[in-house]
Structure formats: structure tokens, C-alpha cells
Design a protein. Sequence first.
Length: 139
Amino acid sequence: MEQTIAMDPSKHYLGKVCKHGHEHENSGQGLRRKSQRDCVECKRLHDKNRKRPWGDNRGGWLRRRYGITEAEYDALLKAQAGACAICRRLPADIRLAVDHRHNNGWVRGLLRTKCNQGIGQFDDDPATLARAIEYLLSV
């Protein structure tokens, strides 16, 4: 069954029919997106048929990006009692981020986004983090 795309004037406009002949509701015109000026139907078909090298699931992404399986992620999460390895807080509604060493890819643990970005701002350098802690304690 063909999906009908509703025209939203804030996002779409009617223009010439694309090279594939996608016509909007037999109007003789094509429905195009204002932001990219491409045919809405072509975009929908492209997204539907796009091949993702890591698959459509999180397991494929974890394997490709960090070299771990979903079972290994779940084991890390269980070992950390479902909480962030740094602040020990439970995540709100999202999964914990996989923290890894950038020089060799080794997974260190699971962190909340704030903690993960925080250590990233210090370039994962323990000496710099130690100086930051010393500074916080002295003030």
C-alpha cells in the first residue's frame, strides 16, 4: 500500500515533477521539500531502501563502533548496577554512552552523557582531571 505524504506549506512546495515522474495527487506537479528542494517521494524511497553498514539495530552499531555485542553492553550495565560509572546516577530515559579510549578503542565503561562529555573536554587526560579536582577542592 502506497503511503500518502501530506503537504505541509511550512516544509513543502509544489514544483516541477522530478526526473522519476513522482507527481503529487495527480496535480501535474511534484511535492518538494523547501530545505533541500528534492522530491519528497524520492527522499522517502531513498531512506526506505538505504543500506546501513551496521544494520538497523543497536547491536550492529555497538559492534561496528565499539567492537562489543549487546550482551556485553548489558553485562557492563549490570556490573555498574544500571548507573553511570562516574557519578553513579541512573540515566533518565536514555541509554548510557559507551566510554572508550580513543587511542586504542578499549571500552572503559558506561557513562551518562554529561560525564562522558565532561571527561572528553579534558581530553581524557588524568593529570588535567587531577588538577581540576585540586582546583575545585581549593576554592
